[in-house]
Write a protein that binds this ligand. Sequence first.
Ligand SMILES: Cc1ncc(COP(=O)(O)O)c(C=O)c1O
Length: 399
Amino acid sequence: MPHLSSRILSINGSGSDGWGVFYRARAMVAAGEMVTELTIGEHDIRTHPAILDAMHRAAQAGHTGYATIPGITALRDAVAARITRNTGIPTARENVLITPGGQSALFAAHMACCNPGETALYIDPYYATYPGTIRAAGAVPQAIATRAEDSFLPDYDRISDAALAHGAASLLVNTPNNPTGVVYPRSTLEDIAHAALDHDLWVISDEVYETQIWEGAHLSPRALPGMDQCTLVVGSMSKSHAMTGSRIGWIVAPEHVIEKLSDLATNTTYGVPGYIQDAAVFALAQGAALEEEVAAPFRRRRALAMSILEGQNVVGHIPSQGAMYLMLDIRSTGMTGEAFANALLDTHRIAVMPGESFGAAASGHIRLAMTVADDSFAVALQTLCSFAGMLIPSDFAPA
Ligand SMILES: Cc1ncc(COP(=O)(O)O)c(C=O)c1O
């Protein structure tokens, strides 16, 4: 019998990944039970009808054949203009590769930056696919742990120590952050930039939540001095335009990197459907108003959540500054995130993600996706807080 490659067999790593509660919730829903699902990052609205009309028009007009590999000129130009406008760093179409979503961009970026067996760093807690993406690209994932007490922000020493210890080739960062909801401040991004320049690291900057900012401002590491030559920015229209199913995103990088990434795309994806790219051009041309319309439900629910959380002292939270998630600290209950999430599902039919599914650093936490209607979301969060209150040990002294 022929064997499967060790590369594909190792993508998922080993051990419990904390996703059991998610699959249990899905099974309950399939069995007809009512479950409030605050698990994955999928909007409760669909792609705007005007974007679908643009897609339909493009397909009817015949844009259903192979599209040019780096992406159609109009879309590469639109992305380049957007990045130039947002960062002040001159960006041309030659700096842009259109990809089928941010996920494939993350994979391609690691393929470009890491030799087989080289170490690729990422920050714990992390978006669940990161280690598997790195392994799929043939590199070795190495987490850099952060602490809840530091709002899960990395710093120069932690990055520098890991880069030195492992001779790392790349560092993957994500702001606004999934799962923590933190927007990296300038000082953290400067630490990242200094460590990258000191240790000759590529920075792969996942900015797929750039349009969901509740506090502060989004800053791309590519905008910092010297960083445009060593940063690959991963972007996507999944979250900004509720286009998760259209699979449309990009990489922005130095021109010579994009040339090589085009070779990879030629031999893997063979491009992105032309009618989807035309719809993306249309969507980007609608400007910030449409992006704010897509972000607005999360902005509202985040405000609701803050008022609920401020009225109690059992459940703590990591500063909620961006992205569609809340990271809650349930350590006062003495439970792991996984045990709490399972108990909440069993008792109240509310499904949340255990912090542990996003790395060891987030144990004792849970992540909520703010992806159900405002009233159901508020009821679920109030129920969660009361439930946590009933679980705290009698000797617990609130801070
Ligand atoms: C942090 C982060 N990066 C990348 C992605 C991938 O997004 P997509 O492939 O839909 O563009 C996601 C999706 O949830 C995410 O949360």
